[in-house]
Design a protein around this ligand. Sequence first.
Ligand SMILES: [Zn+2]
Length: 55
Amino acid sequence: MKCEDTIQSMFRHDFKWCKCKSIAIDGGGDYTKISYHDDALYEYVEDSNASDSKN
Ligand SMILES: [Zn+2]
């Protein structure tokens, strides 16, 4: 992280940027997807108790 901002996605499609716009989080309680603006990288972190996000 570039800044110390704490962001939280409140629901599945609640896409939130941190204040420096370098990362964003999405997914709410179902999963967590972290998007890095600089490198166009995505880190997908599936919540262990997600029930309906399997492919
Ligand atoms: Zn930031």
